[in-house]
Write a protein that binds this ligand. Structure first.
Ligand code: 13P
Ligand code: SF4
Length: 328
């Protein structure tokens, strides 16, 4: 019996002993996706966490995802197998903190009004735009969600923005998701200037040109965290599970995928007759890759690391998450 088989068998037994469910994000390692009960995007996993009857939720993803599970299911024990698995983009916005001196504002080609994240806090931003509701991408901390009006994910941001009665909306923290929404609504979007290293910093137009040259018959399918100029080149822009649905339903046979490389495992497994190419080999999220099969086993054996949100923050953050879950 191989080590991996042994680990898998112990995890399966522990699932029964603990009355646990394993949730895994689409970016997780193949062996982690294989042991999971549910694999999905942020929205699907939030829904799964909200309705589960299991006592323990083992969340294979990053910190904000486990936090959301704990916010939605406070009576469950939520375990994050790797405590250092965070999301650098989520860390780009804080509710309050030391005030820095530099403050820069600019408006880009699309007319989106950007505010620099290293200059002020979310409370400062709200004070500058009284009456503008805050739409927080789920890639934010519980404290930031608690300070926001409603959450969104990459699959529902436009619906969420459109659901609000106000004409000026603050969107945090991802500049590119804001740009994506701004192009699809008449409302004025004021955006935090955050970004994802995987989809923004490690990607440029040269990657698109090269991939299209190498695979001229492939459709370009990307995540809305990619920069606007790449969004303009794409055949389809959607969340990770949206990509799975789109590629499955498409009659096309080849796809260039602009998101974290972990998604290609499911894309290939669920579409053996199709070909998938990553837009850039740099598209690897080190935080998502921290969780290995033995981290899952150790987490279940030691019941670590328990993610629990203080009750005052949880109640407010839940309001923002529930409001999103009600409309989509
Ligand atoms: P999804 O909501 O599409 O799963 O994306 C989450 C994420 O972290 C993207 O980088
Ligand atoms: Fe965060 Fe980007 Fe990793 Fe998603 S891919 S978890 S946004 S760092």
């Amino acid at each position: 019996m191989t080590d991996q088989t042994n680990i898998r068998e112990r995890i399966v037994k522990l699932k029964k002993d603990l009355n646990a469910i394993i949730l895994a994000h689409n970016y997780q390692r193949p062996e982690v996706q294989d042991i999971a009960d549910i694999t999905g995007d942020s929205l699907e996993l939030s829904r799964a966490a909200a309705r589960t009857d299991f006592k323990v939720i083992v969340f294979c993803g990053v910190h904000f995802m486990a936090e959301s599970a704990s916010i939605l299911s406070p009576d469950k024990t939520v375990l994050l197998p790797e405590i250092t698995a965070g999301c650098p983009m989520a860390d780009m916005v804080t509710v309050e903190g030391p005030r820095k001196t530099r403050r820069e504002l600019f408006t880009d080609k699309l007319g989106i009004h950007f505010e620099f994240s290293d200059t002020f806090t979310l409370r400062d931003m709200k004070a500058m735009h009284p009456g503008a509701p805050v739409v927080a991408y789920v890639n934010t901390s519980a404290a930031v969600k608690a300070e926001s009006d409603i959450c969104c994910t990459s699959s529902n941001v436009v619906k969420v923005v459109e659901s609000l009665k106000e004409d000026t909306i603050i969107c945090i923290p991802d500049r590119n998701l804001s740009a994506y929404a701004a192009k699809r609504t008449k409302k004025k979007i004021i955006s935090w200037d955050g970004f994802c290293n995987v989809h923004h910093a490690h990607l440029d137009m040269e990657d698109v040109k090269r991939a299209k040259k190498e695979h001229p018959n492939a459709l370009l399918v990307i995540h809305p965290e990619c920069p606007p100029e790449i969004q303009d080149m794409a055949d389809h822009i959607t969340s990770t599970s949206g990509m799975l649905r789109y590629c499955k339903e498409s009659s096309h046979k080849e796809f260039i995928i602009g998101t974290e490389e972990g998604l290609l495992y499911r894309l290939r497994r669920e579409n053996p007759d199709k070909q998938f190419f990553i837009l850039s080999k740099e598209m690897v999220c080190p935080n998502m890759k921290r969780t290995k099969l033995d981290s899952v086993l150790i987490a279940m054996e030691k019941r670590q690391y328990v993610i629990k949100v203080p009750e005052d923050i949880r109640i407010k953050a839940k309001r923002a998450l529930d409001r999103m879950l009600e409309i989509v």
